[in-house]
Design a protein around this ligand. Structure first.
Ligand code: AIR
Length: 182
């Protein structure tokens, strides 16, 4: 849990092998100052625990669930099936299908049980945190301000990259790319 406050977001994952990816989500939640709790459970290996945990977390005041899982990833759907809180699903990269299996499992929910699905892997894990923050910010003006500052920093970072490129110090060290012709 971040900041010792009552958690607003629950970060759930199907296995400890998902944690390196889901750490991106935790880091972003920390950066935005959102208290969260992280737990491991599995829709397939521990279905009773999954239901009980989702119900208990909602009863404790969790506002948004962020759920990462890989392969035949049903954890986000299982949480959404018992909770009325928004559920954001993060498909893990890996396995023989490199995350496509998880993406399809999470995004293709039947009518009535939505899961807001983000992209595969670390970018998705990061975006899940930002999306959760945007949901929470609807009733928390101070969080809106932090999100606005985040967006402005994002814009500045593009400007810096463009300037670096012009100065010949781009990420690939490839010199001034701005005016190079094919
Ligand atoms: N998983 C765990 N229970 C059900 C599923 N689909 C997923 C985990 C992880 C993958 O299976 O979310 O991405 C492999 O888990 P493990 O424990 O074998 O490393």
């Amino acid at each position: 849990m971040a900041h010792g406050e009552r958690p607003l977001v629950a970060v759930l994952m199907g296995s400890d092998s998902d944690h390196p990816t889901m750490r991106e989500c935790e880091t972003m939640l920390d950066e935005l100052g959102i208290p969260f709790v992280t737990r491991i459970t599995s829709a397939h290996r521990a279905p009773k625990k999954t239901t009980a945990l989702a119900e208990a977390l909602e009863a404790e005041g969790i506002q948004v669930f962020i759920v990462g899982a890989g392969l035949a990833a049903h954890l986000a759907g299982a949480v959404a099936s018992v909770s009325t809180r928004p559920v954001i699903g993060v498909p893990m990269e890996g396995g023989s299908l490199r995350g496509l299996d998880a993406l399809y499992s999470i995004v293709q929910m039947p009518s009535g049980v939505p899961v807001a699905t983000v992209s595969i892997g670390k970018p998705g894990a990061r975006n899940a945190a930002i999306l959760a923050a945007e949901i929470l910010a609807l009733s928390r003006p101070e969080l809106s301000g932090r999100l606005r500052a985040f967006k402005e920093a994002l814009e500045r970072s593009v400007e810096e990259k463009d300037r670096d490129l012009a100065a010949g110090a781009g990420a690939d060290g490839g010199g001034t790319g701005r005016e190079r012709t094919a």
